[in-house]
Design a protein around this ligand. Structure first.
Ligand code: COA
Length: 184
């Protein structure tokens, strides 16, 4: 789905734009995604796995996301530079259409400026405007305190902990938490 553009105010008083990404911006988006996977060990893919995607495949995926009623991708820009993204995907199957899976990433140099919170709040507000969704769901890796604090402060509650869900490239086994936010 396509979302109308919004201006948000960051903690430092600067303004940023939040909107759906355009197909013409695919190269910018591609380098944004490569960077956030380089900058955090708490994403599920390794940077090498992400770099295997092609720009062409990304363009096709974005076309599907923007035209699907089941996907909502928001991009936050400062000037022309993408600095954050947040995506919700609702279930395609009748029995799980009421559930949305939410994911988020912000460029490290912009952490702590309120971008993550604003993107999550916008997605939650958009989900509440739709008649179908009843809950948003996510998983986060043990140790990702910044993400965990953000999610808890927005009202997400832990519904489970999967032991040894993730094995980091250096061999460390980490648990993963599942969280749910009830929308209504
Ligand atoms: C998690 C992430 C999205 C947060 O984005 P952000 O723009 O830094 O978030 P905000 O500035 O809005 O801060 C949100 C909350 O994080 C928490 N937080 C901020 N700094 C923190 C720190 N140093 N330690 C622990 N928690 C912290 C606070 O609860 C803060 O809320 P506040 O509004 O009361 O300050 C971002 O750090 C990120 O992209 N990390 C790498 C990718 C990732 O982990 N994605 C999520 C995978 S599940």
């Amino acid at each position: 789905m396509i979302v109308s553009p919004k201006i948000i105010k960051l903690k430092n008083g600067r303004e940023a734009y939040v909107r759906s990404p355009a197909l013409s911006e695919i190269s910018l988006i591609y380098s944004f995604i490569s960077r956030i996977y380089d900058e955090s060990e708490y994403m599920l893919r390794t940077p090498e796995e992400v770099k295997r995607y092609t720009v062409d495949a990304g363009r096709k995926a974005l076309e599907i996301i923007n035209s699907s009623p089941c996907d909502c991708l928001l991009m936050c820009l400062i000037g022309d530079e993408p600095v954050g993204m947040c995506k919700v995907s609702y279930g395609h199957l009748v029995k799980i259409r009421h559930r949305g899976t939410i994911s988020i990433g912000v460029r490290r140099e912009y952490w702590g400026q309120g971008i993550g919170r604003k993107l999550m709040e916008l997605q939650i507000a958009l989900a509440k405007e739709l008649s179908g969704p009843l809950q948003l769901e996510l998983d986060y890796i043990d140790g990702n305190e910044r993400a965990g604090n953000l999610y808890r402060s927005l009202g997400f509650t832990v519904t489970g902990r999967k032991p040894n869900a993730v094995r980091q490239p250096d061999g460390r086994l980490l648990d993963e938490y599942s969280m749910v936010l009830k929308l209504r």
